[in-house]
Design a protein around this ligand. Structure first.
Ligand code: 2P0
Length: 356
C-alpha cells in the first residue's frame, strides 16, 4: 500500500503552540494555506503484529534511532499509541520519498506526516475497523493525527485540497478553560483544532504559486525551537496572534472567496512580514531572510507599483514563494530571474490519495 500527500504553503502562518497543548501541537492562531500541486511525499507503510517497533527509510536512506528524523516519527507514533492503545500492538515499517524538484529546496515535514497519517488510515481500515471508525475515517480527525507529527501537516490532509483552514479550536487566552481535564475533555480539546478545505483547487484556476530556490542549506534554527522562543520572549507576540486571527483571517477568506487578487496579495504580504517581524523581535533574534530574499521582495514591490501582480511569502527559510495570476506569470518570472535562477511554477492542488 502506497499513499501520496502534498505539501502546503501557508498564507496566514502558524507560529506558536497553545501553552497547555504544546506536545499535541495545538496552535495559538488559525492558519490558512494552499495545498500545492507537484510537491509531495510518497509513503509505503507495512505493519505486522508486534510491540510498536519502528523501521524508517527516507529517500532511500535507512534512518536510525539516533537521527532527528527518527525521533520525529517515534514521538509521533508514541502520541498516536497514547490516544489509540490498540495500535501499540503492531510493528511499523515506513518508507518515504519526497518528490521535490530541486528548485523547491524544501524538506517539509508537512507532506511527510500527512502521508503517514493517510497511510495509517488506509492500513487500519481493515485491520482495526473499530479504531478506523472512531478515529481515522473522519478527515477532520485524521488532520489531528497528522498534527501530532508536525503542525503544518494538519493542512495537507483535506482530500479536496485547494484553500485550507486549520482552525486553532482552543482560545489560548484562556488556557485553563472552564472544564476539568478528564479523559472526555482531553479528547474534546485534542480534536477541537483541525483542518478543512474551504475552496477546491479549481475555485481559483488562474492562481500560480512560484517556489524560488534561494538556498538549499538546512534551516539555521528549526521551526519547533524558534516558535517556542518567540512565544516566550517576544513582547508583542499576542497582539500579532489577535490581529491575524480576528482581522487578517476573515479578510483572507473573503479575498479568496471573491478571487480578489489585490486584497489577497496585501494580506499575504502583511501576514508574511508579520511573521518575520515576530521572529526578529524574538530574543535572541531569529532571521531567516537573506539578501536575495530582500531583493525578491523589492522586485515584487516594484512590479506592484501600478497594479497588483504578485505577492511574496516566506517560511522558516530564505526561499520566497510567490503568488501571481496566469496573465502576469511571464512578467513575474522574468523579474524574479534577475535575482534568482531556480524557480518552480505550480498551482493549488488536491489532497492526499492512495496510489497503489
Ligand atoms: C507555517 N511554519 O504555517 C509556518 C510558517 C514555518 C513558518 O509550520 O513543531 O514544522 O512540527 O508543529 O509545522 C513550520 O512548523 O512545526 C511551520 P511543528 P512545523 O507553515
Amino acid at each position: 500500500m502506497k499513499v501520496k500527500a502534498p505539501t502546503n504553503i501557508a498564507v496566514l502562518k502558524y507560529w506558536g503552540k497553545h501553552p497547555l497543548w504544546e506536545e499535541y501541537h495545538i496552535p495559538n492562531k488559525s492558519s490558512l494555506s494552499f495545498t500545492v500541486e507537484g510537491l509531495y511525499t510518497e509513503t509505503e507503510l507495512e505493519v505486522e503484529k508486534g510491540n510498536g517497533e519502528i523501521r524508517f527509510e527516507l529517500n532511500g536512506r535507512e534512518i536510525t534511532p539516533d537521527m532527528p528524523e527518527f525521533e520525529y516519527v517515534g514521538k509521533f507514533l508514541k502520541k498516536v499509541f497514547k490516544i489509540v492503545p490498540e495500535l501499540k500492538h503492531y510493528n511499523y515499517y515506513v518508507k518515504s520519498h519526497n518528490n521535490f524538484p530541486t528548485a523547491a529546496g524544501y524538506a517539509s515535514s508537512a507532506s511527510g506526516f500527512a502521508a503517514l497519517a493517510k497511510a495509517l488510515q488506509v492500513t487500519f481500515r481493515e485491520l482495526e475497523p473499530q479504531v478506523y471508525q472512531k478515529y481515522l475515517a473522519d478527515e477532520r480527525k485524521l488532520s489531528v493525527f497528522a498534527r501530532l507529527g508536525s503542525g503544518s501537516a494538519t493542512r495537507s490532509i483535506p482530500e479536496q485540497g485547494g484553500f485550507v483552514a486549520w482552525w486553532r479550536g482552543l482560545d489560548p487566552h484562556y488556557p485553563y478553560g472552564p472544564e476539568e481535564v478528564t479523559p472526555a475533555t482531553f479528547e474534546k480539546n485534542l480534536f477541537a483544532s483541525y483542518a478543512e478545505s474551504l475552496f477546491p483547487p479549481e475555485h481559483w484556476s488562474d492562481l500560480r504559486i512560484i517556489y524560488t530556490h534561494v538556498e538549499k542549506k538546512e534551516k539555521k534554527i528549526k521551526s519547533r525551537a524558534g516558535m517556542k522562543q518567540t512565544v516566550k520572549t517576544n513582547p508583542v507576540y499576542w497582539s500579532w496572534v489577535d490581529y491575524d486571527e480576528y482581522v487578517l483571517a476573515p479578510k483572507l477568506v473573503e479575498a479568496v472567496r471573491g478571487k480578489d487578487f489585490s486584497t489577497f496579495a496585501e494580506v499575504a504580504i502583511q501576514a508574511s512580514d508579520g511573521l518575520h517581524a515576530m521572529m526578529y523581535y524574538t530574543y535572541p533574534r531569529i532571521r531567516y531572510l537573506n539578501d536575495t530574499s530582500e531583493a525578491i521582495i523589492e522586485k515584487i514591490l516594484e512590479l506592484n507599483q501600478e497594479e497588483t501582480k504578485a505577492a511574496y511569502t516566506f517560511d522558516a527559510g530564505p526561499n520566497a514563494i510567490v503568488f501571481t495570476l496566469a496573465p502576469y506569470e511571464n512578467e513575474v518570472l522574468s523579474s524574479l530571474k534577475e535575482v534568482v535562477e531556480d524557480v518552480y511554477v505550480t498551482r493549488p492542488g488536491k489532497g492526499p490519495e492512495v496510489i497503489e
